[in-house]
Design a protein around this ligand. Structure first.
Ligand SMILES: [Zn+2]
Length: 337
């Protein structure tokens, strides 16, 4: 199967001729070398035939559909009365009579359980995966807030599933992992009823920069040691501040060094410091959206890790998302947005 990148690149080439508008210096593009931009999505969604060709080539809808009744290959045909404007149709003739079986173009695909138009699904997904703020999307497209919230939930869950499936323990023998806890924001549900912020516990492996981030309810020994055992290989040297919950790590199969931040940032005897995790917190906080904090915190963390992993793999985050969608088995998945 072709990569999403190469399919996008091909369609960028096909759509380029539609670009009549030119800047006096420079030129408008549909994105570069297979990395799509908003203008590309717009032009693609405007041309029904090209859009369905794109979806087929990218593997986002079926490439081949065999008729259940007569076993012949069906074809995608324009159908004005259908909601998508296109349908799978079987034109096989037996004894002069056409089979006539019709199936939705969405059959067995990502689009199959959505009541939105396929173009809407595509556009909305692009904006959400790119990290566009909800209020900007609503202002731009006049979408209902329920539609937007539902689709955001779907995108969030897909990304969370992907991150959970593709995360592994960090550290190991001869490796150092810095751990720490940080409190994120203060959320106010309604006036006079402030809810304390969200504790996040995390660790970063020195050298590789591999990290884990987990939203936790508290900073007790049971909670933190539980997360450490889930995310850090035994035998790892763990560097932490002097928070008392870490005091048992020596007896839990780890080497443990600590630094007392009340006194100094580098332990003068051991050289232990936690500057890497501190700078990770600053980075996570600076990239988190300040709006729409009513969302479950685990989704923010998963999104942060998703964007980080796309950058490390040098892949575009929307192309990568389409790849995740393509590789799902939608016939077995039940969802409705
Ligand atoms: Zn048929």
């Amino acid at each position: 199967m072709s990569s999403i990148l190469s399919v996008v690149e091909k369609f960028q080439g096909l759509l380029e001729e539609n670009l009549k508008f030119k800047f006096s210096s420079g030129r408008m593009t549909l994105g570069k070398c297979g990395v799509p931009n908003r203008l590309f999505i717009f032009h693609l969604c405007q041309n029904q035939k090209l859009f369905s060709d794109f979806l087929q080539e990218a593997g986002l809808i079926k490439g081949v559909f065999v008729c259940e009744k007569c076993n012949s290959e069906m074809k995608i045909r324009a159908k004005k009365n259908s909601s998508d404007g296109l349908m799978w149709v079987c034109r096989k003739k037996t004894a002069g009579k056409e089979c006539g079986i019709q199936k939705s173009i969405r059959h067995g695909s990502w689009f199959s359980s959505s009541r939105l138009r396929m173009e809407e699904v595509f556009f909305l997904t692009y904006e959400l995966v790119r990290g566009t703020k909800s209020e900007d999307i609503q202002e731009e497209y006049f979408l209902s807030s329920t539609t937007l919230a539902d689709w955001r939930q779907f995108v969030n869950e897909t990304i969370l599933d992907y991150i959970e499936l593709n995360s592994e323990k960090i550290g190991g023998i001869d490796k150092i992992v810095e751990v720490g806890e940080s409190k994120f924001g203060k959320r106010k549900y309604h006036k006079g009823h402030a809810v304390e912020g969200q504790w996040v516990f995390g660790g970063v492996e020195r050298g590789s920069g591999k990290i884990f981030l987990v939203a936790v309810h508290d900073r007790t020994r049971d909670t933190l040691v539980g997360v450490i055992k889930q995310w850090i290989e035994p035998g790892t040297a763990i560097y932490s501040d002097s928070w008392e919950s870490y005091d048992c790590l020596d007896t839990e199969g780890f080497q443990h060094l600590k630094v007392n931040h009340g006194v100094t940032f580098v332990n003068p005897d051991t050289g232990c410091h936690t500057k890497t995790i501190e700078s990770t917190w600053r980075h996570v906080k600076s990239t988190l959206p300040s709006h729409n904090r009513q969302m479950d915190f685990k989704f923010y963390l998963a999104y942060y890790l998703y964007i980080k992993s796309c950058k490390e793999q040098k892949v575009d985050c929307f192309n990568k998302y389409l790849e995740i969608i393509r590789d799902e088995n939608w016939a077995e998945k039940k969802f409705s947005v």
